[in-house]
Design a protein around this ligand. Structure first.
Ligand code: URA
Length: 229
């Protein structure tokens, strides 16, 4: 692998910045100064350092974003900012959100360039649980809760899979094991209610870091990553 690609994969800078860093002699390969950005290295064996600090090779990148309302999870929709654009400073190519949240939905969104993990997490057969905090127009009755939990007809071929629903002080906590289009909103509509606010709190065993304000993100820790695998 070229050393400039290695450095770009590890978010050291843009191609232009990396060229300047290498030319300035700030990168060493096994203790020897590297002067050529096109130099070939073996990321598994060679020890690459920047200003004397070893750069651990990361083939893939994993982030947790607290998605703010008003941003879109897919490609640009008019003037709306995409979630990938929020992480532009990371300079990671091929970053994709794991599943989609509606434009007005907030909360946990994982972004990665690891296509295999992404595929696994959104695969309908895996039934990864997703917990949402839901504020509704009207209070929910016990019978509504039972209906949501048992599976509800939202106008698709099949009713929704059994879910977990509980009302707490901050609102309804609804955990679903599928990812149908506007699923939570349609489930609440099916019991004669309306979603006023929606936030994803958890995906599988990974919980949104409460210290992340909407729009903030950080890398997943190795422990968090292992929760997703
Ligand atoms: N269900 C919805 O209705 N919207 C979301 O953004 C996520 C789940």
């Amino acid at each position: 692998m070229r050393i400039d690609k290695f450095l770009a994969d590890n978010s050291i800078g843009t191609r232009k910045e990396i060229k300047a860093i290498v030319k300035a002699g700030r990168i060493t390969v096994n203790g020897e100064r590297a002067g050529d950005p096109g130099m070939h290295i073996d990321p598994e064996k060679d020890i690459i350092s920047l200003d004397g600090s070893v750069i651990e090779y990361e083939r893939f990148h994993y982030y947790m974003l607290n998605k703010p309302a008003g941003t879109v999870s897919s490609t640009r929709e008019g003037a709306s900012v995409t979630v990938v654009e929020l992480l532009a400073a990371e300079n990671v190519k091929n970053l994709s959100p794991v599943g989609r949240l509606d434009k007005d939905t907030e909360g946990l969104l994982i972004l990665t360039d690891d296509g295999a993990l992404l595929h696994d997490l959104i695969s309908p057969s895996k039934h990864v649980g997703k917990e949402y905090l839901v504020h509704t127009e009207k209070p929910l009755s016990d019978s509504d809760i039972r209906t949501l939990e048992g599976g509800v007809d939202i106008g698709d071929d099949k009713p929704t899979l059994p879910a977990h629903a509980v009302t707490r002080e901050d609102g309804l906590h609804l955990t679903i094991y599928e990812g149908r289009f506007h699923q939570v909103k349609r489930m609440l509509e099916a019991v004669g209610n309306k979603v006023l606010y929606l936030k994803r709190l958890r995906m599988g065993d990974l919980t949104l870091d409460p210290s992340l304000a909407p729009g903030e993100y950080r890398r997943l820790t190795p422990e968090e990553l292992s929760l997703l695998r």
